[in-house]
Ligand binder design. Structure first.
Ligand SMILES: Cc1cc2nc3c(=O)[nH]c(=O)nc-3n(C[C@H](O)[C@H](O)[C@H](O)COP(=O)(O)OP(=O)(O)OC[C@H]3O[C@@H](n4cnc5c(N)ncnc54)[C@H](O)[C@@H]3O)c2cc1C
Length: 234
């Protein structure tokens, strides 16, 4: 299929878990970007994120300070993550630094912009401080975060008086491939409509891959879980 006459989309976000919906929400509601396309191979948004039941881990948050949890910091969080990698040679220290330093902003975004409480904080295995946040209202944290972000994005679609499809959800659509031109940043992205099996291409200058560590792949999760179960049995 030729893509010569296709419009160049301002942004395509692949993955509608916490990462994908957060990027989409920021682009749509904070930067007012038009024509953002959110793609997911699953029929519903949420990925693995919607299953999260313990909460979101972050250091040096307002919620921790409110609860007088003063024995945590981004540095301590960083060291906990590094320790949990078992000194693997593949460790990306920049990524760990980003995660630990920015974690309080992630919680801040959900609480200050979206009104989540995230006021119940636990100390989980591998963490040396109480830093895993969920809301005290009893709503499972993954569901609360995903449904809040989804609503925020859908509200923008409803508010769109001109109905010019500011945001386009393409569910049941799998990313197959993408190419980055040497002479330009334009990416041609190939997708498959899972219902029909047909492939199609879109063009964009900004492709965000938010497909998650396990790509919400039940087989892979099952395989890892079986390894853990078998490890525990042994
Ligand atoms: C049962 C369970 C409980 C968990 N509990 C917690 C917890 O309490 N706290 C915590 O911090 N972490 C928890 N985790 C881990 C956490 O869910 C993940 O780290 C987090 O969801 C990753 O978010 P994400 O947005 O990067 O990926 P995901 O939420 O997995 O989203 C990725 C999305 O990308 C889509 N996708 C993948 N490949 C393609 C493709 N080729 N084309 C189109 N779409 C694609 C998937 O369908 C999926 O919707 C848990 C995980 C599981 C499985």
């Amino acid at each position: 299929m030729s893509v010569a006459s296709e419009p160049i989309l301002p942004a395509i976000i692949v993955g509608s878990g916490l990462a994908g919906l957060t990027v989409s929400d920021i682009l749509i509601n904070q930067y007012n970007l038009k024509n953002v396309t959110i793609v997911d191979k699953n029929p519903k948004v949420g990925g693995n994120s919607i299953k999260a039941s313990s909460g979101i881990s972050a250091a040096d948050t307002k919620q921790q300070h409110d609860l007088k949890i003063e024995d945590d910091s981004a540095d301590i969080f960083y060291n906990d993550i590094l320790k949990s990698t078992g000194q693997s040679p593949n460790v990306d220290q920049l990524l760990i630094n980003k995660l630990s330093v920015d974690s309080k902003h992630a919680v801040g975004y959900l609480t200050e912009i979206h009104g989540l409480k995230l006021d119940k904080i636990s100390k989980l295995g591998g963490h040396s401080a109480r830093r895993t946040h969920k809301s005290s209202n009893g709503i499972p944290p993954g569901y609360e975060m995903i449904s809040t972000l989804e609503k925020s994005i859908l509200k923008k679609i409803e508010e769109d008086d001109n109905n010019d499809k500011n945001v386009n959800f393409k569910m049941n659509t799998k990313l197959i491939n993408f190419t980055v031109h040497k002479d330009t940043s334009i990416k041609e992205v190939t997708f498959m409509d899972i219902s029909s099996g047909k492939t199609f291409k879109l063009k964009t200058n900004n492709l965000v891959l938010a497909t998650g560590g396990f790509s919400a792949n039940k087989n892979l999760i099952g395989k890892i879980m079986m390894m853990i179960v078998s490890f525990l049995r042994n």
